[in-house]
Design a protein around this ligand. Structure first.
Ligand code: ADE
Length: 253
């Protein structure tokens, strides 16, 4: 049976997914928790990467080497960069880049040395399936979050976007920095701290990768007063609902 890996940086981001998993077995490898389980008939391993590219790359490597996952999905929160990418929207990565990679003048800015590329594509089929699942969930956002949460976080008709996610070892929390990022990478829809590293590891191993991120802030001076509450009450519930919807529709193989 194919094994699906699910990763988030923080426990809060994965809490609703873990709460939903039956027959959990927890294994600790490299100081990280890995939960081996079944969800909707699929064999699943869920893990917390911690924050940042190196921590995420280590976790992804354990997922692939030790648990032999056949596909890896990263889910969690991100800061919105693209115009119209609002708090409460979901971004599914079509590809990922490291915004802080710069080995110039030896290599072009953003290119990962010796990979001959800056952009790491996510798996097209996985990403399309997750986009459809996210659309179905967000159309019924009120059912998943409740009207009070929608009102509290002022979530009005949340949207799903598909496009470039950029990753770097920095929480982007000033308007000046997010503007600089937008200028350097005009196509970027969202910024986070792990995805591009995991995409690179998955490319190394030839394993399909996808990333689904709920926008928690606009990566600006207002990012983010209610960060932890937003993750608990919105992002973690979206992650659970989107993955559940996806797995329900995916044949067990
Ligand atoms: N994850 C969520 N918001 C973020 C931000 N503004 N910068 C980096 N990672 C994030």
């Amino acid at each position: 049976m194919a094994v699906i890996g699910i990763m988030s940086a923080l426990h809060e981001e994965l809490s609703a997914v873990l709460a939903d998993m039956p027959d959990e077995q927890r294994v600790v490898v490299a100081g990280r928790d890995f939960w081996i389980s079944h969800w909707q008939g699929h064999a699943v391993v869920a893990a917390l990467s911690r924050i940042g590219k190196v921590a995420a790359a280590t976790t992804a490597t354990v997922m692939l080497e030790r648990f032999g996952v056949d596909a890896l999905v990263f889910t969690g929160v991100a800061g919105g960069l693209g115009p119209g990418v609002r708090v409460g929207d979901v971004v599914v990565a079509s590809g990922l880049m490291q915004h802080d990679m710069d080995a110039s003048p030896l290599f072009p800015r953003h290119e990962v040395p010796l990979y001959g590329r800056a952009l790491f594509q996510s798996d097209a089929i996985l990403s399309m399936q997750l986009t459809e699942a996210a659309q179905q969930v967000l159309q019924a956002a009120g059912q998943h979050l409740g009207p009070d949460t929608l009102a509290q976080f002022r979530l009005i008709s949340p949207q799903v976007h598909q496009g470039l996610i950029v990753s770097g070892d920095r929480f982007v929390s000033t308007t000046a920095e997010s503007q600089t990022l937008r200028q350097a990478l005009p196509g970027a829809l969202a910024v986070e701290m792990e995805g591009a590293a995991v995409a690179q590891v998955c490319l190394d191993y030839g394993v399909p990768f996808a990333a689904v991120r709920t926008i928690s802030d606009r990566a600006d001076d207002a990012a983010h007063t209610d960060f932890n509450r937003f993750i608990r009450e919105v992002a973690s519930r979206y992650s659970r609902a989107i993955l559940l919807q996806w797995l329900t529709q995916r044949p067990v193989d």
